[in-house]
Design a protein around this ligand. Structure first.
Ligand SMILES: *Cc1c(COP(=O)(O)O)cnc(C)c1O
Length: 391
């Protein structure tokens, strides 16, 4: 192994002077919590999605947004919610927050998105909703999802943590008939505010409930009807709400990131193209390739070992680290985590696709500010380990 390799992180946020300036101005303005920037971010986000009838509710994480969505739908004990096992724990944990029961579903071998046929087989009279994940940025067909929901008569909450910006059949993920769509602006996501998220919905009542519950269950609606006579101190608590509002510093960063979302995606797309071209002959199964440049958010680049790989997944990760290349694994499926496994009596054999994918999958460094030299170093390290002339 050669010395002199630089360390390549798995992911870092792409922050320019514009984000720094926007946050600094907000700090100097004296308005730190939810205020003008959060309101502008919500407006600009729906403008970006290109649908005027969408409501956007800025929150301090996607987890918060998903929780607000299941709360607003009134889900609770006795209700079942379909979730993919191939996801981050947040997708399922919000179902437990309201006392409902997650029902875990296997995924499709190519996209690792939820298998809707497997989901259909798990529907019972208690099934109230499904929370699909657009894994790595490849959308689950909006039409297939809407058809599934209407055939099964259940609600859809899309976990779109990986899915900004991406279009399916000419419409952005976010602009759909689902009850709610939730995006994440966590530090490693495609647009980042440190911590943050956005709940989007066409349902005005759901949006109103989410706004109220985002801030302690406080409502000013009753007074807004008489706005001219409303004293500034007046409000009513109508429910035991949460503290999920987005700060104006996060929103200021988010607005700049939003304006750069397409540029950052196209950088990631170029990196994906190089990975596809220059890793194609290795004993690795590469992620699905989407021809339409708007059809992939390019959040993650997840590869899997094949039976011809000379090294196992864990050893590859270790050897890449020794060459300065950080990787990650998306995901350790939920059915293998002790809480979910033991609480719901889940076995690896219940989820053959996810269980097999987990043994093979690892995520390559993939972020919009990655340099050509860094991409070359990742490719070079993999070729050294897995190429025809590897020893
Ligand atoms: C990151 C992530 C979340 C949680 O997002 P936060 O903003 O950190 O709460 C939820 N679901 C998936 C699939 C994620 O990757």
């Amino acid at each position: 192994m050669s010395a002199g390799h630089d360390f390549i992180p798995f992911a870092i946020p792409d922050i320019t002077e514009a984000e720094v300036q926007a946050v600094a101005e907000t700090v100097r303005s004296g308005w730190l919590t939810t205020g003008p920037n959060a309101a502008a971010f919500e407006r600009e986000f729906t403008e970006y999605l290109g649908a005027e009838d969408l409501h956007a509710v800025a929150v301090n994480s996607a987890t918060a947004g998903l929780h607000l969505a299941v709360e607003a739908l009134g889900l609770g004990p006795g209700d079942e919610v379909l979730v993919p096992t191939w996801t981050f724990t947040a997708t399922a944990e919000v179902v437990r927050y309201v006392g409902a029961t997650p029902v875990f579903v296997d995924v499709l071998p190519d996209t690792l998105n939820i298998d809707l046929d497997a989901a259909a087989a798990l529907v019972t009279p208690r099934t109230k909703a499904i929370i699909p994940v657009h894994f790595a940025g490849v959308p689950i067909g909006t039409a297939a999802l809407a058809e599934f929901a209407s055939a099964q008569r259940i609600d859809v909450i899309e976990d779109a943590a990986h899915a900004f910006p991406v279009q399916d059949a000419g419409r952005f993920v976010g602009d759909s008939a689902s009850r709610a769509i939730v995006f994440s602006f966590y530090a490693t996501k495609t647009i980042a505010t440190g911590e943050g998220g956005m709940l989007v919905t066409r349902d005005a009542d759901l949006a109103r409930r989410a706004r109220t519950m985002r801030l302690h269950g406080i409502s000013r609606d009753v007074f807004n009807r008489y706005a001219s006579r409303q004293p500034a101190w007046q409000y009513e608590v109508v429910a035991p709400g949460f503290k999920y509002n987005m700060t104006d510093m996060a929103a200021a960063m988010g607005r700049v990131q939003l304006s750069r979302a397409e540029e950052m995606r196209s950088n990631r797309r170029a990196i994906a193209e190089r990975y596809h071209a220059e890793l194609a002959d290795l004993p690795l199964s590469l992620p699905v390739r989407v021809d339409d440049p708007t059809g992939h958010a390019h959040h993650l680049f997840v590869v899997r070992t094949t039976d011809a790989s000379p090294l196992g997944r864990d050893e590859i990760i270790e050897q890449l680290a020794a060459r300065g290349v950080s990787t990650s694994v998306h995901f350790i499926p939920l059915h293998l985590h002790p809480y979910w496994r033991d609480t719901y009596d889940l076995a690896p054999g219940d989820f053959p696709v996810a269980t097999d994918a987990f043994a093979r999958a690892f995520s390559l460094p993939f972020f919009s500010s990655m340099t050509d030299a860094q991409v070359s170093q990742v490719i070079g390290a993999l070729r050294e380990l897995l190429g025809a002339d590897a020893d």
